[in-house]
Design a protein around this ligand. Structure first.
Ligand SMILES: [Zn+2]
Ligand SMILES: [Zn+2]
Length: 113
């Protein structure tokens, strides 16, 4: 998990055409963003300018981004704002369908969709 401060935030945006990345490079692993209130947000919601998310939001822990990380394994993470799913790269080890198969959760009929 990478800590998010103003410098990290600016560098990430600069390196991705002004947007925060949805996938790690290299590898293409799905990314999620962790807020100060412990909730997770999807890349689309942290990129939505009307939300004004970022490390600067000392006034609102639900929009203050403190870290970001890849979602490697496990059930989908649900975005606290839009309820969208962030699928793990390798599926859920507790899922009877994709466990041990190494398939991405988005491709698993039990985890995806
Ligand atoms: Zn979202
Ligand atoms: Zn599954």
């Amino acid at each position: 998990m990478a800590d998010m401060d103003a410098t990290t935030w600016a560098e990430l945006r600069e390196g991705h055409g002004g947007q925060l990345p949805a996938y790690a490079w290299p590898g293409g692993y799905p990314l999620f963003y962790l807020c100060a209130d412990g909730e997770c947000l999807c890349p689309a919601c942290v990129n939505d300018a009307s939300n004004d998310a970022g490390p600067h939001r000392d006034d609102d822990a639900s929009w203050r981004i403190v870290a970001y990380d890849t979602h490697d394994e496990g059930p989908p993470i649900v975005c606290a704002h839009c309820n969208g799913a962030i699928f793990s790269s390798y599926g859920d080890p507790d899922c009877p369908v994709c466990a041990g198969e190494g398939v991405a959760s988005a491709d698993c009929p039990a985890c995806g969709a």
